[in-house]
Design a protein around this ligand. Sequence first.
Ligand SMILES: CC(C)(COP(=O)(O)OP(=O)(O)OC[C@H]1O[C@@H](n2cnc3c(N)ncnc32)[C@H](O)[C@@H]1OP(=O)(O)O)[C@@H](O)C(=O)NCCC(=O)NCCS
Length: 167
Amino acid sequence: MNIRIGEIKDIKQLATVHYESWISTYKGIFSKETIEKRTYETVLEQWRPRLENKAVNYQCFLAETAKGEIVAFAECGKERTEKYGVDGELYTIYMLEAYQGKGIGKSLFYEVVEFLKEKGFQSFMLWVLKDNHSARRFYEKLGGELIAEKLIGDTDIVEVAYSWKNL
Ligand SMILES: CC(C)(COP(=O)(O)OP(=O)(O)OC[C@H]1O[C@@H](n2cnc3c(N)ncnc32)[C@H](O)[C@@H]1OP(=O)(O)O)[C@@H](O)C(=O)NCCC(=O)NCCS
């Protein structure tokens, strides 16, 4: 598996991974209506500004097979709220179901850690749905400390935050 920086030329494959893994991850957590409302096209359009106008300190890393099939990605950058005493954030990490549990997530995670360290960040955090137990065990295994809990918008869905201090 090769890890490299994601670019605009990767947008379709990144959106496919995001769309497919989002559904397989959240189908037991979000309502059927919420799952069905999300389309590949909406996901693709959300990716465009992220890759076209890369914000300072934003980065996207992806994992691809020897044949060039993108199977996972992670995005990171500056923490945007300044509420948690943490300066960096892992915004997303998603992988096709068939590739989970093979160490790819850990490789992407440490790529993000190295990038944030190089950029001078001191710490970072991430948000995950409280009911996404599998991802939470992954973050706990990698040393994340539970620091916050909040509702998403005006829903009754809870997300929790983990942080890694002293990068
Ligand atoms: C969460 C995710 C990124 C983890 O990546 P992964 O490649 O499956 O995890 P890895 O194989 O790299 O696991 C790394 C370590 O975490 C542990 N781990 C991973 N998932 C685990 C689980 N569900 N339960 C217990 N331990 C787990 C592994 O055993 C491994 O431990 P080791 O370092 O001792 O070998 C990936 O499974 C994924 O994309 N899931 C679906 C999308 C998702 O939930 N994203 C997060 C949204 S916030």
